[in-house]
Design a protein around this ligand. Structure first.
Ligand SMILES: [Zn+2]
Length: 255
């Protein structure tokens, strides 16, 4: 806690006044650009690797950057992720939803172990909210991954996106650079796109191309950030070589 207190003191003496100026700038005309879902991992600092600032993004974090599918929620039983979607995209008019996964994700490593029926038994899930969270809300990612892995990990995967008829194709880690758990993390990240689209209150805006869902993936080992390009059908590093092509894709399809 002292680390945090010292940090607050340092912030007061360095960044605070600048931030107050930025609060004033956006107070009367807030224009948040995105709702950004990512993992709670302490190494993930999305405002740093996107260089975004006060007023730019709503950020929602949980273990494994999971957005539960709408069919889990009936009556009053809810988690925060759909509420965050409503706050961002209904109360505010944010036009871009981003799901960002990452390598060496402890939640994904755990999800990978949950393929063992003993490890994911009902008894163990009762003892572990994290196992329960992963089994309930990311089990479908694991199923998709397991089928793909059993077929030799070369086949393209198909994900549904903004509407049930709009789909995209994905080749996962075609150069096989990443560990199995990281491949699972990429599949899980893409799977969340359809989970976001499952909420009825977003459907009209999604259908009319007024609201878009994107996937990013952060490589903890190199600091590289990947954008899922539906044109290239894979995660493409956002770097000097690819920037113009990716930027053109975003301008053409998502503006
Ligand atoms: Zn993680």
């Amino acid at each position: 806690m002292n680390r945090i207190l010292r940090g607050i003191l340092l912030y007061r003496n360095t960044d605070r006044l600048q931030m107050v100026k930025e609060f004033e700038q956006v107070r009367d005309h807030p224009e948040p650009k995105a709702v950004f879902f990512t993992c709670m991992d302490s190494r993930m600092i999305p405002t740093r690797f996107t260089e975004t600032h006060v007023g730019d993004m709503f950020v929602v974090r949980n273990p494994g950057n999971v957005i539960p599918h709408a069919h889990h929620f009936e009556d009053e039983y809810f988690s925060c992720e759909p509420a965050a979607l409503e706050l961002g995209c209904v109360i505010n008019s944010v036009r871009h939803i981003i799901v960002c996964g990452h390598s060496d994700c402890k939640a994904m490593n755990l999800l990978y172990q949950l393929k063992d029926p003993d490890f994911s038994s009902q008894k163990n899930r009762r003892l572990s909210p994290l196992r329960s969270w992963m089994c309930t809300h990311a089990g479908s990612s694991l199923t998709k991954f397991t089928e793909w892995k059993n077929n030799g990990m070369k086949d393209p995967l198909i994900f549904s996106s903004e509407t049930s008829t709009r789909k995209f194709v994905a080749y996962i880690d075609p150069e096989s650079k990443f560990a199995l758990e990281d491949k699972l993390s990429q599949i899980n990240t893409l799977h969340q796109v359809s989970n976001v689209a499952s909420y009825g209150f977003l459907k009209e805006r999604l259908k009319t191309h007024d609201l878009h869902i994107h996937a990013l993936w952060f490589d903890i080992y190199t600091g590289d950030v990947y954008f899922f390009s539906r044109a290239a059908k894979r995660f493409v590093p956002v770097d000097e070589d690819n920037f113009h092509k990716l930027s053109e894709e975003v301008r053409k399809y998502y503006s």
